[in-house]
Design a protein around this ligand. Structure first.
Ligand SMILES: N[C@@H](CCC(=O)N[C@@H](CS)C(=O)NCC(=O)O)C(=O)O
Length: 218
C-alpha cells in the first residue's frame, strides 16, 4: 500500500496550487503527470479514479480519492493548523472561506466550459461566442473580487500578515485566460498580489516551472 498521497496533475493546471501547498507544508506526495486532454496510460489511470478525468485528483494512502482543488487544500490545511490560512475563529476566516470557494465555484467552471466549447454547443460560431462569454464572465468575477477585497498595495489579498492558500490560488488562476494583462485592467490589485506571490523566495522557481519563462504577461 502506498504510504504517501498520490497527486494526479499537469503543468500549468489546477493541480499547481495543491503542489504549492504540499511543498510549503513539507508534506510528501507522489506525483503522476496526467494532462486530461492528452491520451496516455496516466490519463487512463486518472479516469479509473475520477470519471470526470479532471485534475487535481488525489489518492490517499488508504485508497480514498479526493477531487476538487479546494477540498484537497482544506484537507491539507486541517493537518497543519495555523499554516497558510486564518485559523478557525479568526475574524478573517469567513472571508477567507468565501473567496477560497469562489475561485473554483465561480471562475473555474468558465474553463470547464471554455476549454471544451464543442462539448456544450455545436457549430464554430456558437462555440466562439460561448468562449467569449466565459472570458467576459471570468473578468466580471475578478472585478467583483477586487471590488470586495480591495487588496492593498504591497499586501496579501486579505491583508493577512503572511500569504494564505488564497494568494497562491490567485497566483495560479491569473495565469489562465485571458491572463494577467486583461485581468489587471479590471482587477489590478489582484494581479499585484499574484506578482507578489511569484516574487516570494519560498516558492522560487515553482511558478516558472509551471508557467514558463515568459509566464507573466500578457
Ligand atoms: N472543480 C475542479 C475543476 C478541476 C478542473 O477542471 N481541472 C481541469 C485542469 S486545470 C481539468 O481537469 N479539465 C479537464 C476537463 O474538465 O475535462 C477543481 O476545483 O479541482
Amino acid at each position: 500500500m502506498p504510504v504517501k498521497p498520490v497527486l494526479y496533475g499537469a503543468k500549468g493546471c489546477g493541480s499547481a496550487v495543491v503542489e504549492a501547498a504540499f511543498t510549503l507544508l513539507g508534506e510528501g506526495y507522489g506525483y503522476v503527470e496526467a494532462e486530461p486532454w492528452t491520451p496516455s496510460p496516466a490519463v487512463d489511470a486518472l479516469r479509473a479514479v475520477n470519471p470526470l478525468v479532471q485534475i487535481p485528483t488525489l489518492r490517499l494512502p488508504d485508497g480514498t480519492v479526493m477531487t476538487e482543488s479546494v477540498a484537497i487544500l482544506l484537507w491539507l490545511l486541517e493537518r497543519h493548523p495555523g499554516a497558510l490560512a486564518p485559523a478557525p475563529g479568526d475574524p478573517l476566516r469567513p472571508t477567507f472561506l468565501r473567496w477560497l470557494v469562489y475561485l473554483p465555484a465561480a471562475i473555474y467552471p468558465m474553463y470547464t466550459v471554455g476549454d471544451f466549447c464543442d462539448r456544450w454547443v455545436p457549430g464554430a460560431d456558437a462555440q466562439a461566442a460561448l468562449k467569449q462569454a466565459t472570458i467576459d464572465r471570468t473578468l466580471a468575477c475578478w472585478q467583483a473580487m477586487e471590488a470586495a477585497l480591495k487588496p492593498q498595495p504591497g499586501g496579501w489579498v486579505l491583508g493577512t500578515p503572511d500569504w494564505t492558500v488564497l494568494d497562491l490560488y490567485i497566483c495560479m488562476m491569473t495565469h489562465w485566460r485571458p491572463r494577467r494583462q486583461a485581468i489587471a485592467a479590471v482587477a489590478p490589485g489582484i494581479v499585484t498580489v499574484a506578482r507578489k506571490v511569484e516574487a516570494d523566495p519560498r516558492l522560487a522557481g515553482f511558478w516558472q516551472r509551471h508557467f514558463g519563462a515568459g509566464y507573466d504577461d500578457p
